[in-house]
Design a protein around this ligand. Structure first.
Ligand code: CO
Ligand code: ZN
Length: 328
């Protein structure tokens, strides 16, 4: 799976510009689905038929980035965020545009007591003038973090593991499922990072009986970390609550029972911030029971997100267990 994860994290596909990663995923799943289609917003849906209960499994394809708002007289790019970007973590990092242009994040000098905000930052693409900068990039273009994939053994580091790791898990589950017992809709969604937008239209179109998102979550296991029970390497996380969702009790029980029965390591997750596609799925039409299988991830929304492959394997097994358990 490492090679698949490496491939998925190496493409640049910010929210609204999911074409490159969608093409890659399509290629991976074509042989493993009964039907594949794209909806009008760009969600990629792979159906595999098995039973009556419609299960929507969602992983988002998009990643966070920065969008050029202005090019100044000296050729430095000013930008706004696409998704949640922490300005404190940007200086010295690199970003890459779709045409291959690379930039370095720099910051203006701050006055005492002044906080570093996005408006104090710029992207330096090595242009010597505004004219030279405009030849390379225009206002409205989006860059994503540019950082290589690193294999640390059981753990891996890459940009965009949020949520390419969810995509990899869903692809792997689709390849492994032998006896699907439900009507499965494996959905690779667009625009999660800007407000769970793709999941909204995908869920409306599919009209599922059950929705499960597969996405990363924060951990509390690093020095002086925020108090969170989630630890890297302690198993797949079954979400109980975040800012977008209180997991339906039926879904929480289903995932917990399946993990127990199949000896899959798991931990419960309460995230006091953030949201996932399930927050949108649950509010579709007259309501959909929804939950989330989370992958613990350190350094979320930075160019160096870290996951443990044992948690990834646990998540794949839990997704396959949902696929192969008759829910009618
Ligand atoms: Co995210
Ligand atoms: Zn995510």
């Amino acid at each position: 799976m490492k090679e698949l994860i490496r491939k998925l994290t190496s493409v640049s596909s910010p929210s609204g510009r999911e074409e490159p990663v969608r093409a890659l995923i399509k290629e991976e799943i074509t042989k493993h689905a009964d039907e594949i289609w794209e909806d009008k917003l760009g969600n990629l849906i792979a159906a595999k038929h098995g039973g009556k209960t419609k299960v929507l499994l969602a992983a988002h394809m998009d990643e966070i980035g920065v969008i050029v708002t202005d090019i100044d007289e000296q050729g430095f790019l000013r930008f706004s965020n696409v998704g949640g970007i922490n300005p404190q973590r940007l200086v010295g990092q690199r970003a890459r545009f779709a045409n291959g242009t690379i930039g370095v994040f720099g910051a203006e000098k701050l006055e005492e007591n002044q906080k570093l905000t996005l408006s104090k930052l710029y992207l330096d693409i090595g242009a010597r003038s505004a004219e030279e900068a405009r030849q390379k990039v225009s206002v409205g273009e989006i860059a994503t973090f540019y950082h290589e994939f690193s294999d640390l053994g059981e753990r891996i580091v890459a940009k965009a593991l949020d949520d390419r790791i969810g995509c990899a898990i869903l692809i792997e589950a689709l390849k492994r499922v032998a006896n699907p017992q439900n009507d499965l809709y494996c959905t690779f969604t667009v625009q999660e990072e800007v407000g769970l937008r793709g999941a909204r239209t995908a869920a409306f179109g599919i009209d599922p009986d059950l929705g499960i998102a597969i996405d990363v979550t924060g951990t509390g296991d690093t020095p002086e970390a925020e108090r969170l029970a989630i630890k890297l390497g302690q198993g797949a996380a079954i979400k109980v609550k975040d800012n977008s969702l209180i997991t339906h009790p039926m879904v929480k029980d289903l995932l917990t029972d399946l993990a127990t029965k199949n000896n899959i390591p798991y931990q419960f997750e309460v995230l006091p911030f953030g949201g996932t596609d399930s927050g949108a799925i649950q509010l579709t039409k007259a309501g959909v029971p929804a939950g989330v299988i989370s992958i613990p991830c350190r350094y979320l929304h930075t160019p160096s997100e870290m996951v443990d492959l044992n948690d990834v394997e646990a998540a794949v097994r839990l997704v396959v267990a949902v696929m192969e358990t008759k829910l009618d």
